[in-house]
Design a protein around this ligand. Sequence first.
Ligand code: PLP
Length: 359
Amino acid sequence: MRPLVATVDLAALRHNYQLAKQCAPGRKAFAVVKANAYGHGAPAAVECLRGLADGFAVASLEEAEQVRSVDASAKLLLLEGCFEPNEYAAAAALGLDVAIEGEAQLDALLAADIARPLNLWLKLDSGMHRLGFSADALRRAHARLQGAHQVAELNLMSHFACADERGNPLNEAQLEQFSGLLDLAFDSRSFANSAAVLTLSAAHMDWLRPGIMLYGASPFAELSAETLGLKPVMALTASIIAIRDVEAGESVGYGAGWVAQRASRIATVSCGYADGYPRTAPPGTCVSILGQRAPLAGRVSMDMLAVDITDLPPAALGDAVELWGNEIPIDELAQACGTIGYELLTKVTQRVPRRYING
Ligand SMILES: Cc1ncc(COP(=O)(O)O)c(C=O)c1O
């Protein structure tokens, strides 16, 4: 078997969910498990948080069906609402909470013949300008929904554009937009993604929507997950599958871009970009072997990468190599590659088996 595995620490996932809740005592929290629980495997994540999480949130009916097959009764929010009119009946059958983000969704809902009323989340475009009603349009939508037979709860939600940038004036502006609607009657309100859960208490409202923090990565460029008290959930671990010595002046890998400055020992490692390790990893990016850091040597290839282990004499064939996890924070790798932990986690490909521990 190819030695590459994404080990998912379910105890860390529970810890991080509880930490989100502790940030906002008395509030409830949807665990955001869209995109296959940010690459960790939605069925296992939902099973792990079942009974602990107040609810779950996903991006599509297909994702909702997957969650429902694990948890038949949890509150379950469709963050972008229904994409087609015929999805309302399915959403009702699954007992979903559904976002309504614009006139087209509202019209489709009010025309829908559904077996039971839905909990709706009117989505305010408070400044992200991606989805949602303007404040005035939301007031009109609220009025149209009063007394409609399709409606059970009527709730308010919005989403931050810059919550990961503390002090960004848009955060206050978005909060003001949201607060300006609170004279309307809503059953519940929801605004906070992970960054707002962690640093914007005015946005906590009734329901939090933490995503990335559950998986132990930081939404902030300048605040590490460890500083925030988060535990990494996924460790991506490969092995040394070959070792060779190269002379000074010899090159390693595609493009022959890495040239040994001294006689060097090179380990070939069983992970590449087809597994989700970023090909953009710059020179100097480190992996961890025997608890010590060792830098990449040359370009990441599809199934393998090379590491300079000259300064790590005990490293041997078969040794475990952590690409990210407890030793190499995913956010550190992401920043070096000009991306974010979200992208690395969601891009771990299907051929990498997930192994669950501490369930
Ligand atoms: C509407 C909505 N709410 C909450 C989240 C969770 O955000 P984060 O992962 O930054 O906590 C997302 C994720 O993109 C989202 O789209």
